[in-house]
Design a binder for this molecule. Structure first.
Ligand code: MG
Length: 381
């Protein structure tokens, strides 16, 4: 049976597409959450009169106005987001951007819910803690990220011993084939123009630097318990093969289809069942698939992520937090494109490595990395 949905990040790219899926399949929405009050949030909430609404931020005035529109079904602050994440017998779709989504992932799993996870930062920064919450709560964790949804589907019914390698595909982003000199002058607008996927701002910039793929390697490691030396990345500009698994007998399974996030979102909600989608029919006829090695020298973010993943402990959380700060600075015109991996590398060197045992300790590593990265960016201007 499909459970009611809790949609975190309801006004974002994943959130709005999740609400489309819910409407098409007539799935009830128990609650929604957004970072701040907005006209968009009010509009969505008015269309879902029975849903609780949680808002993490906003000024006193904005909050009063929202309460005026929606009444006492509104919750404020991060406690409100955690309250709706730990409702029972729901599927929590976590489409929050960045490490802000971590606590919500843990709450959803501790309450025994199904977590449809689009917030890859939860897995990157705190993979072991998320897995522990999954085990303790007895819920389910189904990835929404297209590559991991593909891997999840390829791995269904297979034993861990049967798996040789995971192969993540990367579109290569808008700057594939460029040299370092050419990358030095690229603008946010150029970086935001992704060739195949329509996504939020941070992930689109991360796709251009290949940080996104690096974060996804770490995400895959924690989701599927496969060591880093058996996770590969291959550039596949058409984004038709969403990822593949190589098995020990030489067989491969891959997941093929349109580059449309509504498909993995829907699968995470309906799995193991499948329902039809409004996506146009897919055909192999006329499609050409090509694959190449990633250019690791021009796009150092990928190797930085592998190194942080292998170091483990606080390193992936630091990597992620430094990248969030650097991407924001790039979008704000305060940092060049090549400065993004530089800031991340230097932050990893600067922040002391630790072994976080609690969510608070992960958040502490995250905050420290943010402060260090922000200081470096301010200092270099
Ligand atoms: Mg992805």
């Amino acid at each position: 049976m499909i459970r009611p949905l809790v949609v975190l990040g309801a006004t974002g790219s994943i959130g709005t597409q999740t609400l489309e899926v819910a409407e098409a399949l007539d799935i009830p929405v128990a609650a929604i959450a957004a970072r701040n009050p907005s006209e968009e949030l009010t509009r969505i909430a008015k269309g879902l009169p029975d849903a609780l609404v949680a808002v993490a931020g906003g000024s006193g005035e904005e909050r009063d106005a929202l309460r005026g529109h929606l009444g006492d079904r509104v919750r404020f602050g991060s406690e409100g987001v955690l309250e709706i994440s730990s409702l029972t017998d729901v599927t929590v779709v976590n489409g929050i951007v960045g490490s802000a989504g971590l606590r919500a992932s843990i709450s959803a799993l501790e309450a025994g819910n199904r977590l449809a996870l689009a917030n890859k930062e939860s897995m990157v920064a705190a993979g072991e803690l998320v897995n522990r919450a999954l085990e303790n709560g007895g819920g389910e964790l189904i990835p929404v990220d297209s590559e991991h949804s593909a891997l999840f589907q390829c791995l269904e019914g297979e034993s861990p011993q049967a798996v040789d390698r995971l192969v993540l595909t990367a579109s290569g982003g808008p700057f594939r084939g460029m040299t370092k000199a050419e990358l030095a002058g690229v603008t946010p607008d150029q970086a935001l123009d992704h060739p195949t996927w329509d996504m939020g701002n941070r992930i689109t910039i991360d796709s251009a630097t290949l940080f996104n793929k690096g974060l996804e390697v770490i995400e895959a490691h924690y989701l599927f318990d496969v060591p880093y030396d058996r996770i590969d990345v291959v550039v596949h500009p058409q984004s038709i093969l969403h990822s593949a698994v190589a098995f020990v007998d030489g067989s491969w399974k891959g997941h093929i289809g349109h580059a449309d996030m509504r498909i993995p979102i829907q699968f995470a909600i309906t799995a193991p069942a499948r329902e039809s989608t409004p996506t146009p029919e897919f055909s192999l006829v006329g499609i050409e698939l090509s694959f190449e090695k990633p250019d690791r020298a021009t796009f150092p973010a990928l190797d930085l992520a592998y190194e942080a993943g292998i170091r483990g402990g606080s390193a992936p959380a630091v990597l992620n937090a430094a990248d969030e700060v650097a991407v924001e600075a790039f979008l704000g015109g305060r940092l060049g494109f090549l400065g993004i991996p530089e800031i991340v590398e230097r932050t990893l060197e600067e922040v002391e490595w630790r072994e976080p045992r609690t969510v608070e300790e992960v958040i502490q590593a995250d905050s420290e990395a943010r402060a260090v990265a922000a200081g470096m960016i301010a200092g270099s201007c």
